[in-house]
Ligand binder design. Structure first.
Ligand code: HEC
Length: 689
């Protein structure tokens, strides 16, 4: 009787909030029940794996679109979450909506009004949209580009609290998904590529937004005193006056939580600036750059770390997703974590002790020959650190052999499905004044090294199925373009992944055979999720180009997506779904406008080309060849008018629509960019690439 009563109460409470009463800890810790997708990688261990099997190898042929909803703005690259049969979607500059997935009906929407925040002027420039959101006991958590961590009531979308996690006038910004554990929400930030940034992660109380602890990923200025013994110790791995440069090590994406050990794992990013000769001129490992750091989840205290790139100098982040697996290695069951960081090696690490189990290249790697199994350190190729100015052709490029779009692990096939990027580059600091290099505040920065992508090598990618025990490929299928979508594996024996060419695909997880394909009418890059609602299995993915890879406009432009006219959508699938999306628009081919006043000025053009490639190409594309996230400026009329150009570029006339403001650029610089763009328009008109 008492039990029945308690049950009835629990059900009533659940009914009120629309969510059956099951704690967040239970949902995030439950790897076997597939009803929810409660966090970025579904559960604490971030496998991007759904235990649902209604959609499987035999039934996937009947998988169809249940409904779609148009998204109004750019950057639909986030993974949604789904809890208790309600779907929560974040996109662009932190717009969130709750949706009934059975009806495809929006229940509420929230807008963090990022463009209205004064800080957004600087922080929006990096070009990234939001990548995901978190949920804990009836609350959603999202980061904003201007650096807020916001808690929303999941039932109403009402803001419960907001914490400013960064300095108002620094370059730190948030694009990565927060993670939650034990009533705490953790968030890092980006910014190490843009200005003096000392990386840190901060944990807040999910109920109140109160800061609980902060952990710095790199040491500060010794003159200010170290926060603790760990900071004092890691400072010994730095040389020179690193603190003046910030140091970097930002945790902009990857976290995982192990409830068994109460450890939160943090994946850290590159050095700031990239070039170690500037940042730490006497060398050193530069802890904790490019590392997986294990912290006590209660206190944020350091437990252990594994550094994938000691003394990194190539932007080889270890901020790629960290995934757990229980594997049998050499006959012994091991609790491991796995990571495929940018540097091209696949790492299997004991997640209890932090000991390296194995590391082998999963892609073409030339910067190192191997990872020494005893020391756990890479054996670098002589010349990789550009000792005499430049390198040989380095693989991977700074885009990585794998970037932030998550891999997936299937406990059935025991394979990891990695969206890989295949591109080489040379690094050179010849001609850069290393002694006097400094960050230009709010402005033009080159990270102390020039990177040249080998042009004929741009744009290869693959979905790679990797056996983490044998450390070798099981299968590999080429995918369209350079940046393919995040992966999801399911108990139905399937792997789902989108492509920039507009296909959303399902593969047989065993052998990579293509079993299903959907013409999305738009690029699909976001990570898919799967969950149950109304008793049925659903799959949701966002479509539309996002900031990933837009830089390499040339190759991506061949798919013909245009920034303003392309559709951006939430796509939701179920067995028997019969909804349709309009066919893709005609592929966009930019046409230059005649510019009667244009007079070639090679000097201005050359100057403009440099500023353009420091400030604009991340969204508008290398060589002003756009790839769909921002307009192709060779086809724009705006550069023909000095006033119109200034109103948009320096005064921020299109901030609301995702075009940042560049008030710090001088009139001369802006004029030079204009001249460069007009010369590129002339190139286009006259058929030059
Ligand atoms: C963070 C991404 C981003 C960066 C960086 C960026 N832009 Fe933009 N830009 C956009 C977007 C998005 C739009 C389109 C907004 C809209 O839909 O109206 C745009 C629009 C424009 C337009 C208007 C074009 C037209 O035909 O209406 C101009 C001009 C422009 N940008 C110039 C620049 C210049 C110059 C730079 C570098 C100094 C730059 N942008 C950097 C995202 C960016």
């Amino acid at each position: 009787m008492a039990l029945a009563c308690a049950l009835a109460l629990a059900i009533a409470a659940g009914a009120r909030s629309g969510v059956p009463a099951m704690s967040a800890a239970a949902r995030l810790g439950d790897d076997s029940g597939g009803d929810d997708w409660a966090g970025f990688g579904r559960t604490y261990g971030e496998q991007h794996y759904s235990p649902l099997a209604e959609i499987n190898r035999d039934t996937v042929g009947k998988l169809g679109l249940a409904w779609s909803l148009d998204l109004p703005e750019n950057n639909p690259i986030a993974a949604p979450v789904a809890i208790g049969g309600i779907l929560y979607v974040a996109s662009g500059y932190t717009k969130v909506s709750a949706i009934d997935p059975v009806q495809g009906r929006v229940l509420w929407s929230y807008d963090a009004h990022v463009a209205d925040q004064p800080a957004a002027k600087i922080k929006m420039r990096n070009g990234w949209g939001i990548r995901g959101l978190a949920w804990w006991d009836g609350r959603l958590f999202v980061g904003t580009q201007d650096g807020r961590l916001v808690a929303l009531d999941a039932a109403s979308g009402r803001e419960m609290w907001s914490a400013m996690t960064v300095g108002a006038d620094d370059v730190r910004f948030i694009s990565g998904p927060p993670r939650v554990f034990d009533g705490k929400v953790i968030i890092g930030h980006g910014g190490a590529d843009i200005g003096a940034t000392r990386g840190y992660v901060t944990a807040y109380d999910t109920a109140t937004g109160k800061q609980l602890w902060r952990f710095y990923t790199v040491p500060g200025n010794p003159a200010d005193g170290f926060e603790d013994e760990t900071q004092r110790r890691i400072a010994k791995t730095w040389t020179g006056e690193w603190w003046k440069f910030g140091g970097g090590g930002t945790a902009w994406n990857a976290f995982a939580y192990d409830p068994e050990t109460d450890i939160v794992f943090v994946g850290t990013g590159n050095g700031g600036p990239w070039n170690q000769k500037i940042r730490s001129p006497g060398g050193g490992d530069n802890l904790f750059l490019c590392s997986i750091v294990a912290l006590d989840a209660k206190t944020g205290r350091y437990k252990w770390h594994y550094q994938v790139n000691p003394g990194e100098t190539w932007d080889y982040n270890a901020a790629m997703d960290i995934q757990f697996a229980d594997l049998v290695i050499d006959g012994k069951p091991r609790k491991v974590l796995m990571q495929a960081p940018k540097n091209g090696f696949f790492y299997v690490i004991d997640r209890i002790t932090g000991k390296l189990i194995s590391a082998e290249p999963f892609a073409k790697v030339t910067w190192a020959s191997r990872i020494d199994p005893v020391t756990g350190r890479p054996v670098e190729t002589p010349g990789a650190r550009y000792p005499n100015g430049s390198t040989f052709e380095m693989w991977p490029s700074p885009e990585g052999a794998h970037n932030w779009l998550p891999m997936a692990f299937s406990p059935e096939t025991r394979l990891v499905y990695i969206p890989t990027l295949e591109m080489g580059a040379t690094y050179s600091d010849a001609g850069i004044d290393l002694k006097n290099w400094h960050w230009v505040p709010g402005g033009i920065n080159d990270n102390g090294v020039k990177v040249a992508i080998t042009p004929d090598r741009i744009g290869q990618s693959a979905l790679l199925a990797w056996d983490p025990v044998r450390q070798r490929a099981a299968w590999r299928v080429p995918t369209a373009g350079l940046w393919s979508g995040g992966a999801m594996a399911t108990a139905g024996g399937l792997v789902f992944q989108g492509q920039v060419d507009g296909k959303f695909l399902a593969y047989d997880a065993r052998d990579g055979r293509r079993l299903w394909s959907f013409a999305a009418g738009a690029a699909v890059q976001a990570p898919p999720i799967s969950y149950r609602a109304g008793g049925q299995q659903y799959i949701t993915v966002l479509s539309g180009t996002g900031s990933s890879g837009a830089m390499f406009g040339g190759p991506a432009a061949k798919f013909g997506w245009e920034a303003r006219s392309q559709p951006r959508r939430i796509l939701t699938f179920r067995l028997g779904g019969t909804a349709t999306v309009p066919a893709a628009p005609q592929p966009y081919r930019p046409v230059a406008n005649a510019d009667p006043d244009y007079r070639p000025d090679p000097q201005q053009t050359a100057a403009g080309m440099i500023v353009y490639h420091q400030q604009c190409h991340i969204c508008h594309g290398v060589g002003a060849v756009a790839a769909g996230i921002a307009p192709d400026l060779r086809a724009s009329l705006v550069p023909q008018s000095a006033e119109a150009f200034d109103a948009i570029v320096r005064q921020g006339g299109l901030m609301e629509r995702g075009m940042p403001s560049f008030g710090q650029l001088s009139e001369a610089q802006v004029m030079a960019i204009r001249q460069y763009l007009r010369s590129r328009a002339r190139d286009l008109a006259e058929g030059r690439p």
